[in-house]
Design a protein around this ligand. Structure first.
Ligand code: TMP
Length: 219
């Protein structure tokens, strides 16, 4: 009988370029993704911007459930909901776009699950790894930019938001754990994960991300 592990790794994606931005709450990822995709589009590149959870009809509904502070959700349910959203996104958008040789920029992907549900919530890391594989069916991220900002900057940016979601409401303790998790992640995958100092002006951070992305495109 074919083992599940071999089934899960039997569809590697080789075309296209898959970039993710990761970071704590209020790290400025969304601003940077908007600027990066605009700069690449202006150069005639086919770019798709996605966010997780979300970016499909089902994923958007799952996003609402996950972010709603009225919902009490245990860590394992959280894991399955994120993976459900991811599986749909990989199936509907990511695999076809990468197969067509396009560029995808995602606001969070499987590293968020490792950091939030694994490192911060304490869900078994083998379960994280296994479900990440199941949801992504061989799709791998080519480059991850971890936008690192000091915790006090995250806190200030979160406070300036009108309404807070279920994660933002958890406050300082979760932020510190998430920062710790991303530091561990970047040490574990030094070739894939680039730590980018997000505590600089928007344009300076953008120029660094654009230069690094252009190098990936041209290599
Ligand atoms: P955001 O789109 O505003 O960053 O909100 C997504 C929230 O979901 C954020 O708090 C991080 C969290 N998250 C996880 O806990 N696990 C995951 O796998 C993903 C993709 C996000």
């Amino acid at each position: 009988m074919t083992s599940l592990t071999s089934v899960l790794s039997s569809h590697p994606m080789t075309k296209g370029l898959f970039i993710t931005l990761e970071g704590n709450e209020g790290s400025g990822k969304s601003t940077q993704i908007a600027k990066l995709s605009a700069a690449l589009s202006a150069q005639g590149k086919a770019v798709t911007v996605l966010r997780e959870p979300g970016s499909t009809v089902v994923g958007t509904k799952i996003r609402e459930i996950l972010k709603d502070p009225a919902n009490s959700i245990c860590s394992e349910t959280e894991l399955f909901l994120f993976q459900a959203s991811r599986a749909q996104l990989v199936h509907d958008v990511i695999r076809p776009k990468l197969a067509a040789g396009e560029i995808i920029i995602a606001d969070r992907f499987y590293d968020s699950t490792w950091v939030y549900q694994g490192w911060a919530r304490g869900v078994n890391l083998l379960a994280i790894e296994f479900t990440n594989k199941l949801a992504t069916v061989g799709v791998e991220v080519n480059k991850t930019f971890f936008i690192k900002v000091p915790l006090e900057v995250c806190t200030a940016r979160i406070k300036s938001r009108g309404t807070l979601d279920r994660f933002e409401l958890e406050g300082q303790k979760l932020l510190a754990k998430i920062d710790e998790g991303y530091n561990e992640l970047s040490k574990s995958f030094p070739h894939r994960v680039d730590v980018v100092d997000g505590n600089r002006d928007i344009e300076t951070v953008h120029q660094e991300l654009l230069a690094k992305t252009m190098r990936l495109i041209n290599q």
